[in-house]
Every structure is written in C-alpha cells, then in structure tokens.
Ligand binder design. Structure first.
Ligand SMILES: Nc1nc2c(ncn2[C@@H]2O[C@H](COP(=O)(O)O)[C@@H](O)[C@H]2O)c(=O)[nH]1
Ligand SMILES: [Mn+2]
Length: 368
C-alpha cells in the first residue's frame, strides 16, 4: 500500500520529476502513511530532500539520512553594524578548521552527552553545503513579529549551518548493516529504541556543535552574541502518536524559523502559523533547495565563471572558500528562487514572513 503524498508547491515552482519519484519510493516503505513534499523539494541520494514522512509505529533511519541533527542556528552579535568591516572580518577568520581549543569533554558533559563523544570534531563546520555566514537585516516585513523576534536592525548576525559530522553517518551505517534488506525498525522494538537513543544523542551533539562553532566565530571577530534560534532539519521525532521523519524540513512547531536562499540571496525569517493544522506534517521548507546537482553545477558554470568571481556574490557579499570544487558546487546559481519558495509557504497558509536578511560574508573552508 502506498502512503498519501501531498506536495506543497505552486505550478510555477521548480520541482524535478526525480524528486517526486523518490517520494513515491518512500511512500511504499513499511508503515509509512503520510508523505509531504515542501517547496524546496529536490532529489537526494535515494531519499528526496525537503520532505516529511509519518508512520504510526515504524522508524526508518534512511528517511533522516546521515547528517542526523543537521540544522541552522541564528545568533545576534553585539557588534553594531556600522562598525562591521568585511576586510577585517575576512582577515580574522582563520584557524577554524582545526580542533577547538576549549574543553570539549566538559561541554559534552554539560550537554548530557558522553564526555568522549567525538570531542575532536566538536566546533567544526564540515564540508558540503555547511557554512557559517555573517548577515544583516535587509527588510522588516512584519513590525510586530520583528519586535517579538529579538532581532535588531543595527547588529551583525551569524547563521551557522552544520550537523553531527561523522557521528550521524556512523549511526546510519550501523543500523543499515543490522537491518539487512529493509530499513524499517519498530519504534518500540529493541533495535528501534537503540536507533532512537543514538539519534537523540546525535541531535544534541549537532546543537552543541553549532553552539561551539558560533562561539569560535564570534570570538575570532571579537564579539559576544545571543542565540535567537536553533532549528534541526534532519530528525525523527514523536508526532501525533507516531513518528515524524524530517529530511531537509524545518519544524513548524518550534517557534521562528530561518529559510536561507543561498550565499548570493536573501534569507527569510518566518513565523509558522499555528492555525495551519497538520497539512504539512508540522514542517516547512528548510532552504531554497537545489535546482542543479553538484556535478551539473560545475559543468554549467565551469567555463563561464572563475573561482575568483565566485568569491563575490550578486548581493555584494564575500565568500571564503579555499576548496576550488566546492566554490563551484555551492554557487548561488545552483539553488532555487528563495522568494518563490517562501511565497509557496505563504500561499499554503503555513507561515508569515517576519524579515529578510542579507549575507555579508560566507565562510565555507580555509586550507591554511
Ligand atoms: N545563506 C546561505 N544559504 C545557503 C548556503 N548554502 C546553501 N544554502 C541554503 O541552505 C539550505 C541547506 O540545505 P541542506 O539540504 O544542505 O541542509 C539549502 O537548501 C540552501 O537553500 C550559503 O552558503 N548561504
Ligand atoms: Mn542541513
């Protein structure tokens, strides 16, 4: 039997057939009863990204994926925007790839995690589309919502997108090996419970990771900061008596959400509508979503654009990315139109936009 599939996107939105095919494959997995595709839907490695899946009694580790707990945190720095200098910030952002010099064991212990749980990777962004980005408020779209958000128009903001690094991958691999052919685990069986316990640790580790990354960046820039939100978009959590898998989907039941476009486009801060009910499985788009795969992007841009040109963005932002392949793979052109994605969420009655944010400097990786 196939689950009910609901896709939230207008007819003009960019949704590839391969992503819809992947939703159909997931819809026949054991115990899956509801599937929702969000406007950032795109094909992933076997499982569509930008989607939510609900089952009354089964948990499927592949529907969360390898980067368990991946998410986005938004911090507000105490540096007044008028004092921000991109050249100085760029000079200061060094030495962030190596091991954190803080007390990882104590930080892990304080977060309720084993003191030796991958302390060596704590506070590192990782590769792919993970990033840390400095931004400022571009426009206030809802005065009352903005006042309640804690955001200020005259401060530098820091957005951190990272996850559980190798930890989530190891958990997924272990359970995939044990499961053999089928990915279904009974949530109240021994193996399901073991996966959920490890998943919860990886979620907590990822939240702590984003916190340490933010502290490292703020510290380098000589700022203090306050965390305004932290939202996981890869998870499986209890929902309406069953289990809700989110694969690249932000929760609509945890307060304000940031929906980033790309390093060359705006980010939206949105307030989920409480009256939206469960039409989207309490989930929202977690970004713009990819329009082109990584290899496609390199091929399409390779001859037309230089790596140096990609170090500056159409909105005047800067990019620190000393990995030549990655700077192409993550080019703004590879992503869908964020304004359209957010408009689809608004038209579906799921969110009210509060503000937009403009990127000033995006940090991906340094080699030295
Ligand atoms: N502001 C920025 N947004 C970015 C950047 N790179 C990607 N993105 C957006 O984030 C989501 C994250 O997707 P995930 O599937 O990897 O979790 C992606 O869909 C883009 O819209 C960036 O450098 N800056
Ligand atoms: Mn992510």
């Amino acid at each position: 039997m196939s689950a009910d599939i609901h896709i939230i996107a207008s007819s003009g939105s960019w949704i590839e057939q391969s992503a819809i095919d992947q939703l159909h494959h997931s819809a026949v997995l054991e115990g899956i009863e509801r599937v929702v595709g969000l406007p950032d839907l795109h094909a992933g490695r076997g499982i569509a990204v930008g989607a939510a899946f609900w089952s009354p009694g089964h948990v499927h580790p592949p529907l969360v994926g390898s980067d368990i707990g991946c998410g986005i945190a938004l911090w507000q720095g105490d540096l007044p925007l008028r004092k921000f200098r991109a050249d100085a910030a760029e000079r200061k952002l060094h030495g962030l790839e190596g091991r954190w010099s803080g007390d990882a064991a104590a930080a892990l212990g304080d977060a309720g995690l084993p003191a030796d749980l991958m302390g060596e990777a704590l506070g590192t962004i990782g590769g792919g589309n993970h990033f840390a980005e400095l931004l400022r408020v571009e426009a206030v779209l809802d005065e009352a919502g903005f006042d309640a958000s804690g955001l200020a128009t005259d401060r530098v903001l820091l957005m951190v997108h990272s996850g559980s690094r190798g930890l989530g991958q190891a958990i997924l691999d272990r359970h995939a090996r044990m499961a053999g052919g089928s990915s279904a685990l009974l949530a109240d069986g021994a193996e399901g419970a073991a996966y959920l316990a490890e998943h919860d640790q990886a979620m907590a580790w990822a939240v702590l990771n984003r916190q340490v990354i933010a502290h490292r960046f703020l510290d380098r820039l000589g700022m203090a900061g306050t965390r305004l939100l932290d939202i996981c978009h890869n998870s499986v959590t209890p929902h309406r008596g069953g289990w809700l898998h989110r694969k690249g989907a932000a929760p609509a039941d945890k307060g304000l959400v940031v929906v980033p476009g790309s390093r060359g486009d705006l980010t939206y801060v949105v307030r989920p509508r409480s009256e939206a009910g469960d039409i989207a499985l309490a989930s929202l788009a977690h970004g713009a979503g990819r329009k082109w795969s990584r290899s496609e992007t390199k091929g399409k841009l390779g001859r037309r654009v230089t790596a140096a040109a990609l170090e500056r963005t159409p909105l005047g932002g800067r990019v620190i990315c000393e990995d030549r392949d990655l700077i192409f793979e993550e080019a703004p052109q590879a992503y869908k139109d964020i304004h359209r994605v957010v408009r689809d969420l608004v038209e579906a009655g799921l969110v009210d936009p509060v503000a937009t944010l403009r990127p000033l400097l995006t940090y991906k990786v340094r080699r030295s």
